[in-house]
Design a binder for this molecule. Structure first.
Ligand code: AMP
Length: 381
């Protein structure tokens, strides 16, 4: 067990690293952040901010020497960096678990092998694979790049063999997956933590709504039958065990119109759809990340109140990102909890913060979320 007083590290200084840093500091740890950006949200709060590239061997060795344990806030960390660090301190999740999450083919294959239901999928390495993939999947389908896709980027809907060939070209002929396009009823996610003693704790499922491919709101508890939530938790736990995963991870699922639940993807870190835990569960996902990393018993993930989380993107700032929204309109509601990430520049699509609306029922929390959103000028769908 790594106890308070020790030093922890995080690769990446964005908002996820910032909320990890806050949780660790509250619990009495020192924190080292590695991020090249001198203004990074986590670097602002860390005890030590190493301003260097993620591949910088000197910075990695320094970090490994300072820290008892290091984690990451994003999946695309170079494997070699984790291997360098692992020679000096504990690193979790492992490079192998991150590698799976970096590649949609490996991710879906692992998920299927560990008992998750997935959409039908076919691998496309080059144009030579297009015909066979189309024959296997057929219309309607989605073409997704295997790597570096996020927030709905790097994917295209295709409805014919010709459309598939054009979309593959458009995506740069990089390795892709062709997936069957499923009739979605809603999207949900489960955030879980697993420690090295194989203890697993699940946060309540969130129901997620997106706008332009970016998470917009999370509604908790998700409005789905408990039996489906249980299936989702079982699938997520199998996947975590199969990867021998240590840390916090999120698994996104689709609920189909026929009532089935299907694995979509995993994130090997705390997740935007788990930000509601900062105000609505006994232990939040970042405290849980500290506990899992340090080999501590996991905290209590129990929901204390229905909650709706609203993301705040840079689009809400006026005058080309200079004028912030009217915070007083938000903060006049006692049930609203505001979190801003300390980013100086508001750009369209950039995640600047979020707020959690707590209320006695999920309907009231949703009403508060919609009312406050309108007051900020976010507008309805
Ligand atoms: P992803 O990057 O895989 O999370 O996909 C982004 C969004 O596209 C998801 O949140 C869904 O709304 C939609 N989507 C992804 N895969 C499928 C699918 N196989 N069928 C229908 N919709 C999908």
């Amino acid at each position: 067990m790594i106890l308070p007083g020790a030093t922890l590290g995080v690769l990446g200084g964005g908002q996820l690293g910032r909320m990890f840093t806050l949780a660790a500091k509250v619990m009495g740890y020192q924190v080292v952040v590695l991020d090249p950006d001198p203004q990074s949200p986590a670097g602002q709060l860390a005890d030590i901010h190493l301003k260097a590239d993620y591949r910088d061997a000197v910075a990695l060795i320094r970090m490994g020497g300072l820290c008892q344990a290091v984690t990451t806030e994003f999946e695309n960390v170079p494997a070699a960096s984790l291997e360098t660090l692992a020679k000096h301190c504990l690193v979790a999740p492992s490079a192998a678990a991150l590698a799976v999450a970096q590649d949609r083919l490996q991710e879906k294959t692992h998920a299927r092998d560990s008992g998750c239901v997935t959409a039908p999928f076919a691998n496309i390495e080059s144009a030579a694979d297009l015909a066979a993939a189309w024959q296997q999947i057929g219309a309607p389908a989605l073409l997704k790049t295997r790597r570096l896709g996020y927030d709905g980027k790097g994917q295209a809907r295709v409805d014919s063999a010709e459309g598939l060939a054009a979309a593959f070209k458009e995506l740069g002929e990089v390795p892709c997956l062709l997936e069957g396009f499923l009739p979605l009823e809603r999207e949900v996610s489960v955030v879980l933590a697993r420690n090295a003693m194989d203890e697993i704790a699940f946060f309540p499922l969130a129901e997620n709504q997106h706008r332009n491919g970016i998470l917009d709101i999370s509604i908790v508890p998700a409005r789905i039958p408990e039996s489906l939530a249980e299936t989702a938790r079982d699938m997520a736990a199998h996947l975590a065990r199969e990867l021998d995963y240590v840390g916090v991870m999120a698994v996104e699922f689709f609920v189909l119109k026929d009532g089935r639940i299907v694995f979509n993807e995993m994130a090997p870190r705390p997740h935007n759809s788990g930000h509601y835990t900062l105000d609505a569960t006994a232990c939040d996902q970042f405290q849980q990340q500290v506990r899992a990393l340090c080999g501590l018993p996991l905290g209590d993930p129990r929901l204390l109140s229905p909650v709706v989380m609203v993301n705040l993107l840079g689009d809400v700032w006026r005058d080309a990102g200079i004028t912030p929204p009217p915070w007083d309109e938000l903060l006049k509601h006692p049930g609203v909890h505001l979190h801003l990430y300390g980013k100086a520049e508001a750009r369209p699509g950039r995640k600047m913060g979020h707020y959690n609306c707590l209320a006695p029922s999920v309907e009231e929390a949703l009403a508060l979320a919609l009312e406050t959103r309108a007051a900020l000028g976010i507008g309805a769908e």
